[in-house]
Structures are given as C-alpha cells and as structure tokens.
Design a protein around this ligand. Structure first.
Ligand SMILES: Nc1nc2c(ncn2[C@@H]2O[C@H](COP(=O)(O)OP(=O)(O)OP(=O)(O)O)[C@@H](O)[C@H]2O)c(=O)[nH]1
Ligand SMILES: [Mg+2]
Length: 381
C-alpha cells in the first residue's frame, strides 16, 4: 500500500545519508549499496572534513568505556577522543539537506500530496533535523528517519480522535451520516462499519438517505440482509431527512446504538443535493458527518474533502480503495487540509476490509516498517 510514496521517502533518506556522510564512509558504503545516481559529488564540500588516523568513524559503534581508554595509555586516549569527536560531528548540516529536500518536495507533489502539506512536512523535517545535528550515537539514516517520521505523523495526525471511544461515550443512538461524490464507496463503507461496530458490541440500523439513485434501496437491502441488520428506507424520490429521522426514531424505540445514514453521491456544486444535506443537518443534527472518498482519487479527493467540509462541516473521513495501489497523497493530506482526521481505510470489497486509520501504523508502513522489525521509536521504547 502507498508504494509510490514509500519509494520516494526511502530515496530521500538515502539522499541525505549520501550528502551527509564523510567521504571515507561513503566509499565504504559503496561496497554494499548502489552508487549514488549522478548526484553532485560530496568531495568538495566542507562537510567532508578529513578523518583522523583513527579507524573510520562509524556512528553505529558505541563509544567505548573510560576504563578501556585509560588502560591503553595516552595514545589510545587521544584516539578515543578523536573517535568521539568524529562520531559527534555535525551529522547533517543545513546545506546537506537542501538538495534532498528539494527532491523530496517534488516527489511528494508528484504523489498527490497537497502543496501546503508538502511544505509542512519539509518544515517539520528541517526543524527536527537541525535539532539533531550533534547526535553521537545515531546513524545519519536513523536520524533522518526519525525526523521524517515525526514530520509525517504531525501532518497525518491532525484532529485524530478515537472513533470507538467516541461511540462508547456518546448518548445513544449515535447518528452518523456519510457523504461524498458518486461511486467512492459510501454504501459499502456503511455495510463494513455496521459489521465493525457489531463486532465491538454496538447494534446498528441502516438508513437509506440515498433516495435519488434507482436501485439504492435494493443495494443497501442486500447488505442489510447479508449482515442481518435492519434497513429503514422510503421510496425513491422521497425526502432523505425523513428517512434518517425515521431511523433515529426506530433506534430510540429499539435501543439500537448507532444509526448509519447513507446519502446519494453528489458534487459539492449540486445545489439541490447539498440543500438536502443541509436539511439532514437541521432536522437530525447528526452526531457525526463522515466524508467518504477513494484514496486513488489523490488530489481530487483532497480538494473534495475541503469542499465538502466547507459546505457541510465534516467530522472525519474514510478513504476507500486503499487496496487499489493509490499514491498515498490523499492519505497524507486530508487531515492537514481539513483539520478533520481520516478515521478508516477501506482495503477491499469484503465486509472486513476496513482498517482503523492509525497514523503511527501508516507512517511505519510508509517508511517500510510494516513487515519488518518495529520502527525506531518502538525499538527504543
Ligand atoms: N477495491 C475496493 N473497492 C471498493 C472499496 N469500497 C468500495 N468499493 C467498491 O466501489 C464500488 C462503489 O461502491 P459503493 O459503496 O456503491 O459506492 P457509493 O459511494 O455508495 O456509490 P453511489 O451511491 O453510487 O454514490 C463498489 O463496486 C464497491 O465494491 C474498497 O475499499 N476497495
Ligand atoms: Mg451508495
């Protein structure tokens, strides 16, 4: 998932490492890794201060204990100090960053990351890295990765709240309305969420506020039957607010915890349909309005999230079709742009293809830690 972005973030890490490492190490490293792709050579820069006679600085090696240094006489002590000085050098200088950051910005933009969000990420990385320039024990790669991780988490986590906890604590029934453009997966998401809530002990009733599209009742009825849930619907063409109102009444009368209200796909510019949403807001005053869009829509999804939020304030978003190889820009950008969190990812067409959106997990995945060892933070913890 999000492989495009993942590759680009990794090449940023490599670029900074190449820029920041002293020449000797860079040469050592060449033995294991591919040579740098036509980057300006690091030789001429002042960053590449000549090393001492001591064995090449390896920032991964632990500084040895005082005792060791002492019993080898003063020469050894000198070497130790030289080594410490070398490992304690400025790992990353501001100049080293500019080239890689510029490339990263382009890479983010080409992965559908919103411009303002890309700049926020760069700002975060700069800030984090400049605070880390004198680290003695971390490798450059680790320092860059942590800076990248923190910057990404900062933008992705905007507005995050614990959806399940909010359901648990809210007065029942909790009413949730789903909005978004045509065909992005609103109805499917409602069905998935119904099962997700059911698995956590919350009963649900489905309400078909899509009175616009032919076949919408039948589609949602099929899901209701498959999930053994109750559907409240009116005939095509009737007032969506009335359907959802009925569903809330049904839930109150039957001690149902959550009302999941579907709506017709619409553009934020379709005035009559947006008026309907506004009426639902007025009549039902739903506890949450969730914007649904598809991850594969990239920048369009980001723009629509902003437009829907402006037109009918949203509380959060669901990004569907995350299984369909999206670039990842929408997942990175929506929270920062709207101030409302992504709550779930849709990861397929089955009912259990719904994944709570956990910023730390997403960032680990983007940095390539989803199927390896835990990320640096967890490892350190
Ligand atoms: N691969 C994949 N397909 C999905 C996902 N979510 C929904 N779909 C598919 O997307 C198509 C449209 O889904 P719907 O739930 O009908 O979309 P909608 O937003 O309700 O559409 P309208 O009511 O017409 O506006 C269906 O074929 C779904 O199976 C997902 O997470 N992954
Ligand atoms: Mg639908």
């Amino acid at each position: 998932m999000f492989d495009g972005l993942k590759d680009k973030l990794n090449s940023f890490k490599e670029n900074v490492e190449e820029e920041a490492e002293p020449v000797e190490e860079a040469e050592d490293a060449d033995a294991e890794t591919e040579p740098a792709d036509a980057e300006e050579p690091a030789e001429e820069t002042e960053a590449a201060e000549p090393e001492t006679d001591a064995e090449p600085a390896d920032s991964e090696s632990e500084p040895e204990s005082e005792a060791d240094a002492d019993d080898s006489g003063s020469d050894r002590g000198l070497m130790e100090r030289a080594k410490l000085a070398a490992t304690g050098k400025e790992v990353i200088e501001e100049d080293d960053l500019e080239g890689p950051l510029e490339e990263l910005e382009l890479a983010l933009l080409s992965s559908d990351v919103e411009m303002s969000v890309a700049q926020e990420i760069l700002r975060g990385i700069r800030e984090n890295l400049i605070g880390e320039t004198r680290s003695k024990v971390k490798t450059t790669g680790l320092v860059v990765e942590e800076a990248l991780r923190d910057a990404l988490i900062d933008v992705i986590s905007v507005g995050q709240f614990d959806f399940e906890q909010r359901i648990a604590e809210a007065d029942k029934p909790v009413s949730i309305i789903f909005t978004g453009v045509n065909g992005v997966g609103k109805t499917t998401t409602i069905a998935k969420l119904s099962q997700w809530l059911d698995e956590r002990g919350y009963s649900t009733v489905l309400a078909n506020g899509d009175t616009y599209r032919a076949g919408a009742n039948e589609q949602l009825q099929q899901h209701a039957d498959a999930l053994d849930e109750r559907l409240i619907s009116h005939e095509q063409g009737s007032d969506p607010a009335a359907v959802i109102y009925d569903a809330v009444e049904y839930a109150e009368a039957n001690d149902v915890d959550v009302v999941l209200g579907d709506t017709a796909g619409r553009l934020h510019t379709s005035n009559d349909l947006m008026d309907q949403l506004e009426k639902i807001d007025r009549v039902i005053d739903p506890d949450m309005t969730i914007f649904v869009d598809e991850a594969v829509a990239g920048q369009d999804a980001v723009n629509r999230a902003r437009e829907f939020d402006d037109a009918a304030a949203i509380d959060g978003a669901v990004l569907t079709k995350a299984d369909a190889d999206p670039q990842g820009g929408a997942a990175i950008s929506i929270a920062q742009v709207t101030g409302k969190p992504i709550l779930f990812l849709g990861t397929g067409q089955d009912y259990d293809d719904l994944e709570p959106f956990d910023p730390a997990v997403i960032v680990d995945r983007l940095l390539g830690h989803d199927d390896e060892e835990p990320g640096p933070d967890e490892a350190a913890a």
